[in-house]
Design a protein. Sequence first.
Length: 465
Amino acid sequence: MACLVAIETDPKSIAVIEECWRDISKEANHKVLIFNNLAAFTAEFAKPENAANNILVLMVPLETLGTEPEKSVEKLAVNYKCNVLISLFDDPLKSAKRLEASVAKNLLYKPFDLTILKEHTRFLLFPEKKVKTQFVHTTVAKNKLESLKKFKFIQLNESGFKIDKAYPLVVGNAYKFYHSFFAHLKTQHVWGRVVSEHADGYELCYAQMTTPVLMQIRKRVAASKQRFKSPVWNGNMSNTQTGADIIIHIEDEPTALLIQQLIERTFRSNMIMHKKDFKTTSKIQADFLITDTPYEAAALKNEFLRPPVIFRLHQEILDREKTEERLAIEHFRFEKPLDKSYLIKAMKVIFPLMQEKEVSQLATVPGEGLICLSEQMVVEEFSEAAMAFNHTKQFKVNDMIDIALTQEDETALREMKVKVHYVDEKANAEKAFLHQVVLYGMKDEYLKQMRLWTLQMHIQKNQQK
């Protein structure tokens, strides 16, 4: 007979487990067994008459698993060929982080939520199948949340930063990163563009920067007592130009002149031209375009022999989608007024072999901890137990993914974990795979945040209508 087994001593928890499993085991006629300790459970299932019993789910309290709980869980899962759930109390002095890499299917915090416990049990009864929730409401609607990938934060300076190769990145692409070093008011992100790849990591420049964050980085670098003596920053290694054709297209004449004089003072050989001086319909040759005009891809194609690298000065506040659109065209974005040092360092990133009249070295300090790359993910449906989303990457069943519910206040962003339960074998017409994931190790605070996020999404959709 198929069994659902729990090890538990707390009377309230036992009552919830019995009610939960009694309801979901009726149809399949599963046997529900509850033991006070692991020894009693082991002794019972060592009896010959229980040899034919098949344990589908085994729920054990964390405190019964000893000093190496991840090994104990694996041993139980292998010996009894079952899915293991771990029950635990939220104790800030006892981190459950080690268990995230264990074979445990989920961490369930006490006191149990009856409906969520039912759903998580049901997911284990239908392995690798898309499950329709019965006891919690599932909202079928497209919403965006964030997938987080963690990298080791290696080095930082006012030109960019270095990270390890925890995940593959594309040279030339811009990505959004979260770290406390970039915190200002309600934001704590920076847009970084990968300029080169090395054996041990990636080098990135700041693709979009604001004055307050840049000043903060400069203060941190200046105050640090741990500087690298001879930091190596390669910039765009594929660019072997020692000079560049530079176009200045700035509406404000004094600013345009200031930029020209700055470049002439700093570098040895460049051809600098002002776009207003062109009286021909012929296409323009340019390597670098400094402008405060928002060019579109079609206009660049019509006006230039090949699209130049764009340094854009702007006075606009864009949402994430619009920012990504602009960064697909504009290599660097900086809010007005111009920061002269930032412009020069941006040019050095793109043209690393361009000779300066006075050689300067970038003061570089160590990064701190982990830096999180944020990618948007479109959720097709979601509940307090599970989510479904499409992704061009086909994850594997039991893969763990870090996610965050997008917040207006980025300092309130909370990392959550989901575990892949089901993946479509074939991609859809958009070359994406449908994934269903269960929410992993959900605490009350996460569930409250999720309910608030759901309400915010509902309000936004109504406002748009």
